[in-house]
Design a protein around this ligand. Structure first.
Ligand code: GLY
Length: 402
């Protein structure tokens, strides 16, 4: 096909694979370069929760992107399944966000009011109603917010399926392949790799926590930094699967169709350390036991660790800089890479193939950091993430306010 646009995607996590699939099925000539194997970074440690009305606790770009992506999700999964032939566990079973003290309950009441005003179906439950909705809840739960449209997807299965589906549309994958440098030569981009250079019309930078250092001198460099998340995989007591995702101040718990239950996740500012820790595991188990006492009887299967790509304002970075129109960012998705994969793929597809930057890109442009005093803007925010907690651990969304 003449004039087929060539695209190099740097990074094979769920974002890189979703973007590659979208570009491939819309006719681009795409190659994905991944330093490990697809989905082996933050993606494999994700519980795959699709809950924009919890993660984005106020109206703004994250809420807009998250709710749009949730709308796209069912179609996205069914397209990927049809194109790959893979099985991808995906359920819209809802979330139950539990309150265990008066201030959390007051926050949920405010959230319920604000969400209802937008027309979202949700229900604030008292303790007795919450127990009917989820019989496993412990006695310390005094109320809960039920959002039936939320759900979860198996992030690793989806990412592997995205690779298969993308390959059916002609996308190639080079893995392991380490990109050492990106350069721009007028109308072409080059990626230098440990397997030689690769030239293309456009590069999509979807390298997550490993974004820094690949921006060929763009200033300020993007303040993307790793935020460790530890996630537990438990074997839930037989015959007593949770009815939905349960979320509390200290953890979230996701029921898998196969009887496995995921408990996540720590939020830790420890650099590029991908190791699990006793304190991380214990904090998650304590939090899960408090909201769901049956955790006590669960089997322990595994702990998974990933580095979320955090940004100074907790928003992803999608789009181009004015100074580098052939370098498209799709990174910094922090806690929301799985949720935002469909909308990110669509926005990048429209930008690269139609030169049509959608309005949703406005709040997440890489140029928003241009006025930062220097490239250390992200470090300032990260110091706040670690806070004064001597264990340098914050769990789930403890300090979120509504
Ligand atoms: N999406 C939840 C987390 O990153 O822990």
């Amino acid at each position: 096909m003449p004039n087929r646009i060539t695209v190099t995607v740097v990074g094979g996590g769920i974002i890189g694979c979703a973007v590659a699939y979208e570009l491939g099925r819309r006719g681009a000539d795409v190659c994905v370069l991944e330093r490990r194997d697809v989905g082996q970074g933050a993606t494999q440690a994700s519980a795959g929760i699709l809950a924009p009305f919890i993660e984005a606790d106020h109206a703004g770009p994250l809420r807009q992107l998250g709710s749009r992506s949730l709308e796209l999700y069912s179609r996205f999964v069914s397209d990927v399944v049809a194109d790959s032939g893979a099985v991808v566990p995906y359920e819209r079973c809802g979330t139950l966000e539990a309150a265990m003290d008066a201030s959390s309950l007051a926050r949920l009441e405010r959230a319920a009011r604000a969400l209802s005003e937008t027309g979202l179906e949700c229900r604030l439950l008292n303790a007795a109603e919450a127990l009917i909705q989820e019989p496993h809840l412990g006695p310390s739960v005094i109320g809960a917010l039920h959002v039936p449209s939320h759900g979860f997807v198996a992030a690793s299965a989806l990412t592997t399926a995205l690779r298969e589906a993308a390959m059916r549309h002609g996308v190639s994958f080079l893995a392991p392949c380490a990109v050492t440098r990106l350069t721009s030569t007028g109308s072409r981009m080059s990626a230098e790799t440990n397997q030689g250079p690769r030239h293309s019309d456009v590069v999509v930078l979807a390298a997550g926590s490993w974004t820094e250092g690949l921006e060929f001198g763009q200033k300020p460099s993007l303040p993307v930094r790793p935020v460790r998340g530890q996630l537990l995989q438990l074997r839930w007591p037989t015959g007593s699967r949770l009815k939905q995702v349960v979320w509390s101040t200290g953890c979230y718990v996701v029921p898998w169709p196969d009887g496995t239950t995921l408990v996540g996740a720590t939020v830790e500012d420890v650099g590029f350390d991908e190791g699990a820790t006793v304190s991380g595991v214990m904090s998650l188990l304590d939090a899960a036991r408090e909201v769901l006492p049956a955790t006590e009887h669960a089997g322990f299967e595994a702990v998974r660790v990933g580095l979320r790509p955090g940004t100074a304002d907790d928003l992803p970075v999608i789009g181009t800089r004015r100074s580098a129109p052939r370098l498209v960012y799709a990174t910094g998705h922090y806690r929301n890479g799985v949720l935002l994969a469909p909308v990110t793929a669509q926005l990048v597809g429209d930008l690269v193939l139609e030169a049509a930057p959608g309005p949703l890109l406005e709040g997440v442009s890489p140029d928003r950091f241009a006025s930062a005093p220097d490239a250390r803007a992200g470090e300032t925010a990260a110091a706040g993430w670690a806070g004064s907690d001597p264990a340098r651990i914050r769990v789930a969304r403890q300090e979120k306010k509504r």
